[in-house]
Design a protein around this ligand. Structure first.
Ligand SMILES: [Zn+2]
Length: 197
């Protein structure tokens, strides 16, 4: 090895997982084996986290990172993604991100202020604008059009931030729950957030 180089390697149990992943994704779009997979190596204080991403959108996590070494290769978790799977995956990530804001501690870390309705609302609306349409359908907008094509206010301006936040998330969760029931959603983080109390 040359002095002035950095070399990352995939070896041992990781190497056999990678080979299984490659075999499972042989038929994925994107012709040659060279541009099909992308690799990222992230040194962290816990070890090197390795992410392998196939052109279909599926990812494989490797590395001596948080005891990942011990886990067996789970064929079902790494199956090739269809365009619909990928769309659902992106939808789930976005819904998860919005639902994180319900936690005042998380909000305080992200926004540097205590949880307030307006910044939370506009952040969610901003994410919805570029994301899956199921997200924007789940948002209770400040104003919406009724069947008579006149505007209705969905929040009582005199109510507290706390109440408005509660109304927003109750509505959002109910709509997202309906959506994830339409297919086999396996996103544990999101399903956990959607659990009814
Ligand atoms: Zn693939």
């Amino acid at each position: 090895m040359q002095e002035n180089s950095v070399v990352f390697e995939i070896k041992g149990p990781d190497y056999s997982k990678l080979k299984k992943f490659e075999r499972q994704h042989k038929k994925c779009p994107c012709g040659s084996a060279f541009d099909k997979m992308s690799y990222s190596f992230n040194p962290t204080s816990l070890g090197i986290a390795i992410t392998v991403k196939c052109s279909c959108g599926q990812t494989l996590h490797l590395g001596n990172f948080m005891d990942m070494d011990d886990k067996e290769y789970d064929e079902n978790a790494y199956k090739p993604l269809t365009p619909d799977d990928l769309k659902n995956k992106e939808f789930e990530e976005l819904a998860h991100q919005i639902l994180l804001m319900e936690d005042p501690r998380y909000f305080a870390i992200g926004f540097g202020t205590k949880l307030r309705f307006d910044p939370m609302y506009y952040y969610a609306v901003g994410l919805a604008a570029y994301g899956d349409e199921r997200i924007s359908r789940a948002i209770l907008y400040k104003q919406s059009l009724n069947e008579m094509h006149s505007y209705v206010q969905n929040y009582d301006e005199s109510s507290s931030d706390e109440e408005k936040i509660k109304i927003f998330f109750e509505h959002f969760k109910a709509k997202i729950r309906e959506e994830v029931k339409k297919y086999n959603c396996e996103n544990v983080k999101l399903l956990e957030q959607l659990k009814e109390e």
